[in-house]
Design a protein around this ligand. Structure first.
Ligand SMILES: [Mg+2]
Length: 384
């Protein structure tokens, strides 16, 4: 399954939305998606997406990094398989990432490329990505939850998501104790039998505020409390909050590297482990972290808030990892979600069905997404 890349295309999309996603750290007034399409020397292709939802123009730097640094590095050699490509390209660009002070953007671009190579590898053997990862007996659906819910419109959004087939919902908190309590108690009161509710503080509390919040909000019978404090706070703070909280803590979307995930899983303060595979690691890293998390008794719930390809990638890896984890399914306005992943799977009774087609199982509809296309570029390997 030697990987020899002949061509890499990049596509940058941006769409304005009427209701921005509101987090404790800021808002998303527009939604970006950065895609890449890889083709090998036999004409096989694969699609990847790069995490870029914040800050609003962060994608612009990443598309340039892909075009000028990552794509040339990827086309300069051949690799035994996608994990070897991820490792080799990471090593080949490591000094530049340090020199540029940009380990995050480099890791995200390489993660998106890794996804494209895995998609291509699965398409080449005619199997869904999950089957390439975990064998043909892998499950073909994953439980999902509706994500991105704003506190001020949470109730009507839950109603809309329930209509759309969801049975689990996650709302943003850390907008002040009064508002947080009001929103969560409202949602808990309107929760139906069997429905699940989670909250995401997006690193919005300091330790003192988090001590109070995890006790108050945890009393509503939540499935988890996500990122109560900044991801880089010392393990002693996470340990204390994990003890005080009546429900599991969640996090991982702001963690990079095997060593950091190994420590996070081993120390056990996070009951729910949530790597963003297109921020760091790609399929290669996320599958490894997910398996380790589940083996250690944690729940693996991949983080994603972006376009449809990334959502399908998260779903495929979750299916392959197994365990009790839920798929994060953004339900806020974003026309790029469905346009860039066709045919788009529909959630039903809380379950996201996975396509049977090879690779990710979807293709971006470039015509439908054309109104939001900002930039498209193509890079070819020099003949060898
Ligand atoms: Mg989160």
């Amino acid at each position: 399954m030697t990987v020899r890349i002949a061509r890499i295309e990049t596509f940058l999309y941006r769409a304005d939305v009427k209701e921005p996603v509101k987090m404790s750290f800021g808002t998303m007034p527009r939604r970006s998606a950065l895609l890449l399409r890889v083709e090998d020397r036999d004409g096989a292709h694969g699609w990847g997406e790069v995490w870029c939802n914040f800050p609003p123009y962060g994608a612009d730097n990443k598309v340039r990094l892909l075009e000028t640094v990552i794509a040339p590095a990827a086309m300069a050699g051949s690799f035994a398989d996608p994990p070897e490509a991820w490792q080799a390209i990471t090593e080949r660009t490591a000094r530049w990432a340090i020199q540029g002070g940009e380990p995050g953007p480099f890791a995200a671009c390489i993660a998106g490329l890794d996804l494209a190579l895995w998609d291509m590898a699965a398409r080449r053997i005619g199997k869904p990505l999950r089957a390439l990862l975990a064998g043909d007996a892998v499950r073909d659906a994953v439980p999902a939850y509706a994500s991105g819910l704003n506190p001020d419109t949470a109730l009507p959004t839950v109603e809309r998501c329930r209509e759309a087939g969801f049975r689990a919902f996650k709302v943003k908190v850390a907008f002040g104790p009064d508002m947080d309590n009001a929103v969560v108690s409202d949602l808990a009161r309107h929760r139906r039998l069997g429905e699940r509710l989670m909250v995401d503080a997006n690193q919005g509390w300091d330790l003192a505020a988090a001590r109070r919040a995890v006790r108050n909000l945890g009393a509503y019978g939540l499935d988890w409390i996500e990122e109560p404090i900044p991801a880089d706070r010392p393990a002693t703070e996470w340990a204390e909050l994990a003890m005080l909280s009546p429900v599991p803590l969640a996090g991982g979307e702001n963690v990079m590297g095997y060593e950091a995930f190994a420590a996070l899983i081993a120390n056990g303060h996070h009951g729910v482990v949530q790597p963003d595979m297109l921020k760091w690691g790609g399929v290669t890293g996320a599958f490894a972290v997910g398996r380790r998390a589940v083996a250690a008794g944690r729940s693996y719930c991949p983080h994603w808030l972006g376009g449809g390809l990334g959502l399908l990638a998260a779903a495929q890896v979750l299916a392959a990892v197994g365990g009790p984890g839920l798929l994060e399914h953004d339900m806020m306005e974003n026309p790029l979600r469905e346009a860039l992943a066709q045919p788009f799977p529909r959630v039903s009774d809380g379950v996201f069905p996975l396509p049977g087609a090879p690779g990710l199982g979807v293709e971006p509809d470039l015509d439908r997404a054309a109104p939001w296309l900002l930039a498209h570029a193509e890079h070819r390997a020099t003949a060898a």
